[in-house]
Design a protein around this ligand. Structure first.
Ligand code: KIV
Length: 257
């Protein structure tokens, strides 16, 4: 798989760009600029207002991913396996195969380290490309998210998990809200690329939720840089449309049959 080889070759050479997409039109814009497009289960909170990603279902991920796939020509497409879809190896393989066959994505992403290592190994053995995810694990967090890697025991565990995941055959690991020096150490000690979100510039690549960076999702967290205020542009277009309708300026003859 060339897309994957190209990605792995970027380690220590050029930074990897990754963003989330939940539907076709945005995916087709991202596809010109991203190495990886992630259909993240963050769609649960961003689109459905769920309190946590734990309520996202396999069917939701598959339907959104089918739409995203229509917008992708060249990027590597990764789909999050939602909570409770990979509780054991048999369940994980069945659901990963379902995601891949129905969405034609390139890989799936699973949250966790040692706890899911046999599941990851089973997927890899069955030729499923797997991306790991360590640090803050939204599918397992209870309460407010806190960055990871402050305490020594936590640092040791995350580094150990990263090495276990690499050995199990994942092609890359997302590090979410991991303290800077730990993210640097993991990135230096692994041969596979790390993709950071709130995990410093030392990672091999960066990922953000697209709706956050374009100012379409009202979120205010330290690790998000807002590159646009798309809501403002949409609002002014809608106001213009509304005024045109009220003033009978739209539709004109050229818009009619
Ligand atoms: O669900 C998601 O969008 C993610 C990214 C934030 C990495 O997992």
């Amino acid at each position: 798989m060339n897309k994957l080889k190209n990605l792995l070759n970027k380690k220590n050479k050029s930074k990897i760009v990754c963003l989330t997409a939940y539907s076709k039109n945005i995916a087709s814009i991202l596809d010109n600029h991203c190495d990886i497009i992630l259909v993240g289960d963050s769609l649960g909170s961003v689109l459905y207002n769920f309190k946590s990603t734990r309520d996202v279902t396999l069917d939701m991920m598959i339907e959104h991913s089918k739409s995203v796939k229509m917008g992708i020509k060249k990027s590597l497409m990764v789909v999050d396996m939602p909570h409770n879809t990979y509780r054991n190896s048999v369940e994980a393989l069945k659901n990963a195969k379902k995601i891949i066959s129905q969405t034609k994505c390139d890989a799936v992403k699973l949250e966790g380290g040692n706890k899911i290592i046999n599941i990851v190994k089973h997927l890899v053995k069955n030729k499923i490309q797997v991306q790991g995810h360590l640090g803050v694990l939204p599918q397992s967090e209870k309460g407010k998210f806190r960055f990871k890697g402050k305490k020594l025991a936590e640092r040791i565990k995350i580094l150990k998990d990263a090495k276990l995941l690499e050995k199990a055959g994942v092609f890359s690991i997302v590090l979410e809200c991991v303290e800077t020096s730990l993210a640097k150490k993991i990135t230096n000690e692994l041969n596979i690329p790390t993709i950071g979100i709130g995990a410093s510039s030392y990672c091999d690549g960066q990922v953000l939720v697209t709706d956050d960076l374009i100012g379409f999702n009202p979120i205010n967290v330290r690790f998000v840089k807002k590159y646009a205020n798309i809501s403002k542009h949409i609002n002014s277009a809608i106001i213009k449309f509304k005024n045109d309708v009220k003033k009978r300026k739209f539709p004109k003859k050229k818009h009619s049959y």
